[in-house]
Structures are given as C-alpha cells and as structure tokens.
Write a protein that binds this ligand. Sequence first.
Ligand SMILES: [Zn+2]
Length: 247
Amino acid sequence: MLPVIETIFLRQMASGDRLSLQVYKFIGAHLGKKVYVQSNLHGAEIAGNAVIHQLIEFFLSLNDTNLVGEIWLIPVCNPMGANERAHHFSAGRYCVYEAKDWNRIFWDYEKEADDLVAFTKSQLHIDREVVRQNYLTTIKQKFAKILEKINSSAGLPYTEKFSYQLQSLSLDADYLIDLHSSIYQAINYLYYFRNREESAKYFLLDYGILLNPYDGDAFDEAFIKPWLALEACFQQLGRNIRFDVEA
Ligand SMILES: [Zn+2]
C-alpha cells in the first residue's frame, strides 16, 4: 500500500528556505483506530527518523486490506530544531529565539477544563464511545480558539504556532508515540502514564518510567492528560471507565 503524503507549511526563514512537515498516512481498507507516530521533536534526536523509515518500508510491503484503521507517521516533526547547529554539535533541544524546550510547549486541555465535573456528571450514564466523541468535540472546540489568536493581527510567537500545527494532527488519535532518543549510550526505556502499565508491556522494554504526577506540557503528556483527568473524575463520581487512548 502507498501512503497519502501531505506537506504542511510551517514558516519561511530569512534565507528564503521554506520549512514544512511531511505527513505519511497509511490508511487501511477497514475503518479503525488512528495511530500517530512522530520523531525528532528534539532536533538532535534523529534515531527516531530511522525507525519511521523502517515503518514506511514495512507498510509499503502490505496491502491496505491488511490494515484496520490508519497510521500517521511524521518524521523530522520539528525542522527548526533539526536545523539548529552549534559548531560540530547538533543541539536542537531548545528554541534558541524564545529559550523554550521544544517539548514543553504543548497545549494541555486539562488546565482549561474548569467544567470537567459538570461535563462528567452529564455523561454518567452514556456509552463509553459516545462519551469519548463528546469529550473530543469539547477539546477540539477549545483548541480551535488558539487559531483565532494565531490569525489575529497581533500574532503569536513561533513556538505557539508550531505547537498548534503539530497538535492539530494528533488530537483525535487513539494511540500516540513520540520517539525520543539520545546521542549517548543509555538504557532503553518507555515513559508511560497511570493505569497504562499493561499496554506499556507491549514494547518489550526492560524499563518503564511512570510519569505521575508530571506537568511539563510535553507532547505525549498534553495528549493523554485530559483523558486521564476525565477517567479520574468518573472514578470520583463512582463510575469505572477507561478510554482506549494511549501515549
Ligand atoms: Zn527528546
């Protein structure tokens, strides 16, 4: 099967270079979950691009009837970070213009969800999949407000525009993986979130690090925290519910 390839413009540099994202979408013949995998959010962490390259080769060898759902692959998901170089060293961890870590800039709906209890109460007796869609709609509506700011005459710093564009690709995903890597020797490990121990085991890694509590506006964290918050709120109101959402 061939991917649908989408190119998303990010910004034009003073040199005239135009930076963009390249999204590879493998869409199965049968409807199903959406999986989102990105790499190289920190500019020096290029190993994840090789992983995505291998994934693309693998999916090219399949027929679309072999795939249920869709897989979106975004290598080099942060061209600004990838372009950062200091002498021989590839840095790319911080946006040098704004002194911000590229993986601490993402929008976390949990922080704006003031009416979470009221929302949860309204969904107490509703089917899980319908609750998921209702909540996702609420998240998307709040997220859309950022676009109003981006399009306003005052504008926004680049990191805010960039984080909006990247997150807009992943908000409705079911499973999300953000591939980070080190240039040093280290153990392989996985970050995972509370109540997701069982799914962490699928990665067959010897080590997993539980991010709980953690509040850093990292990409995978900003994706899953609103769902964890909703699960916790249901729990408090006496309903045990776990959404099929993973990061
Ligand atoms: Zn990283």
